[in-house]
Design a protein around this ligand. Structure first.
Ligand code: ATP
Length: 199
């Protein structure tokens, strides 16, 4: 079993690379995806969030209105902390459970890749058997965030500036996947890393 972390700056292509590893047979644990699932109707986490901040967070169908939640925590550190205190432990517990299940399913050969955008910022690199960093040059990231996400250039720059630098991330990397080029090129790099991982 190998338990790896996958990280990279915003818009670097973490989800894209994670999907290429999943296609090869890796199990992906994605905290963002888990936190979205935990906010679905019927989930205890959603119920706790609504109990804390009010049912104006729900739309008429009972789903979370993400913008309403973003408005509640925007510029309010206390509210953000209360939200994190509900969501983070639940995401950690679910991640642990998924890890346990993946190991049980294939104790010897499982390759489990945990997608952790803020790996470096939260000092978690040491917890893993290895770290895969997705690196994409700044101009390409800004262009993709603008073209594919409609993100404003200043907004994108501000988010990038709030994260660790490429140098800080690359310093903890066991493998660096350069996603500045074509998807085909990235896929070939993933194939090479995968070969190492399973050998
Ligand atoms: P975030 O930091 O927001 O979670 P991410 O690091 O997971 O993003 P992706 O969502 O994988 O990044 O990629 C960002 C965007 O760029 C997506 O729209 C994706 O389809 C596109 N993209 C990723 N890699 C490439 C590539 N090599 N060529 C062209 N487009 C790409």
């Amino acid at each position: 079993m190998r338990h790896l972390a996958l990280t990279g700056g915003i818009g670097s292509g973490k989800s894209t690379v994670a999907q290429f590893f999943a296609d090869r047979g890796a199990t992906i644990i994605d905290a963002d995806a888990i936190s979205r699932e935990l906010m679905e109707p019927g989930q205890q986490v959603l119920a706790d969030v609504v109990a804390t901040f009010g049912d104006h967070l729900l739309d008429e169908t009972g789903r979370l209105n993400r913008q309403a939640l973003a408005d509640v925590v925007f510029n309010d550190d206390d509210a953000r902390q209360r939200l994190n205190a509900i969501v983070h432990p639940a995401v950690r517990a679910e991640s642990k459970l998924q890890l346990k299940h993946a190991i049980e399913a294939d104790p010897e050969h499982a390759v489990i890749i945990q997608d952790i955008p803020l790996l470096v910022e939260t000092g978690q690199a040491e917890k893993f058997d290895g770290v895969i960093v997705v690196h994409t040059d700044m101009a390409t990231r800004l262009q993709r965030l603008k073209d594919l996400r409609g993100m404003d250039a200043d907004d994108a720059r501000a988010r990038i500036a709030a994260q660790a630098t490429d140098e800080q991330r690359n310093a903890v990397a066991d493998w660096i996947i350069d996603n500045s080029g074509s998807l085909q090129d990235t896929k070939a790099q993933v194939a090479a890393v995968w070969k190492e991982l399973v050998n």
